[in-house]
Design a protein around this ligand. Structure first.
Ligand code: ADP
Length: 175
């Protein structure tokens, strides 16, 4: 039985993440979809909120377990008996980061391998930051995130009011 771990911030999940989680669940006997539990500082959603979105996305996939974790990711993988770490690749820039992370993790735990799945083309441009930036600027995120994430994101942005700029990186979508 092969257990794989798919770790990340998932603040919030989008369809690119869901696609990788579901494809990985078909490749491995069990997928632990794990959200890094860290202080809210630069995050828009609490760990509980992020877990709730992930559980909703995984509800029809019984071999996905959604959990929070903290500390070194390889240590958590070891603890859970996961021999594989799953990551998603969108663009070549992701590769540089994932390559470095995979080699570091291998140094720390040589029994654990990283498996990278290529994004599905239609999600290649989607990231949590893009989703937040588009929503912040009033654009439609309908094709990027599940409806419950879209609703929660709009509510959170409304709640934050003028403070929301600090939580959202504005890169290039508006002046
Ligand atoms: P994001 O990059 O969207 O802010 P995370 O840092 O939480 O999200 O990413 C967790 C994992 O999901 C990483 O391996 C990342 O490369 C992968 N991932 C993120 N977006 C996509 C996407 N659109 N397609 C495939 N994989 C993705």
């Amino acid at each position: 039985m092969i257990t794989a771990l798919y770790p990340g911030s998932f603040d919030p999940i989008h369809y690119g993440h869901v696609d990788i989680a579901k494809r990985a669940a078909q490749l491995f006997d069990k997928l632990i979809w794990a959200v890094y539990d860290r202080p809210l500082k630069n995050l828009l959603f609490t760990t509980e909120e992020r877990l709730k979105f992930m559980r909703q996305a995984a509800q029809d996939t019984p071999n996905i377990e959604v959990v929070p974790y903290h500390g070194l990711t390889v240590e958590y993988a070891r603890l859970r008996g996961a021999k594989v770490m799953v990551r998603g690749l969108r663009v070549t820039y992701d590769f540089e980061i994932e390559y470095q992370t995979a080699l570091t993790n291998r140094q720390l735990a040589e029994e654990i391998d990283t498996v990278c799945l290529m994004t599905t083309l239609k999600y290649a441009f989607v990231s949590s930051s893009t989703v937040k930036e588009v929503a912040f600027a009033g654009g439609s995120i309908h094709e990027m995130v599940p409806p419950y994430v879209e609703t929660a994101l709009k509510q959170r942005l409304a709640q934050l009011g003028d403070d929301r700029g600090d939580k959202i990186k504005q890169v290039s979508l508006q002046e």
